[in-house]
Design a protein around this ligand. Structure first.
Ligand code: FES
Ligand code: FES
Length: 160
């Protein structure tokens, strides 16, 4: 069995360290080693988007990302989105529009939109739909998710 690796990375702005086997996925590292269970374990094969986190600001499917590939990188999870106990604009819009039912997909959607609106605040409807297409929701039918996303984008554009 290969020797475990000592991994150092920054998670939600805080230094983190873990001793992991080389085959450990980023999802396993977050959920099992760092107890950050907001990132969800869905399909495990890169299809559903439930495990989406940001690595250096870009979306990554943590179920198919090796933890070792994130050594010394900055990882943001859903636990790092709210600030000082305040929901982010995107989280608040999901709440306002009741865009979550079981909620299992919600962290992944929030992370996808967090990246999209940071990278392209002027994303048009087609880009919005394309981005959301990387996440699967089996409950809501997407209408409320789209409404929440449009609302959040409008609020972010209007904020100073
Ligand atoms: S759990 Fe990672 S894409 Fe589905
Ligand atoms: S709210 Fe249940 S999967 Fe999306």
């Amino acid at each position: 069995m290969p020797d475990p690796l000592v991994l150092h990375l920054v998670v939600n702005g805080e230094p983190a360290r873990a001793l992991v086997p080389p085959s450990r996925t980023l999802l396993e590292l977050l959920r099992d080693d760092l107890a950050l269970t907001g990132t969800k374990h869905g399909c495990d094969v890169g299809d559903c988007g439930a495990c989406t986190v940001l690595v250096n600001g870009r979306p990554r499917l943590s179920c198919i990302t090796l933890a070792a590939d994130c050594a010394n990188e900055a990882v943001q999870t859903i636990e790092g989105v709210a600030q000082q106990g305040e929901l982010s604009v995107i989280q608040a819009a999901f709440d306002h529009h009741v865009a979550a039912q079981c909620g299992y997909c919600t962290p992944g959607f929030v992370m996808t939109l967090t990246h999209l609106f940071a990278a392209d605040p002027e994303a048009d409807e087609a880009e919005l739909r394309r981005a959301l297409g990387s996440n699967i929701c089996r409950c809501t039918g997407y209408v409320k998710i789209l409404a929440a996303a449009r609302d959040a984008q409008a609020r972010l554009r209007a904020s100073p």
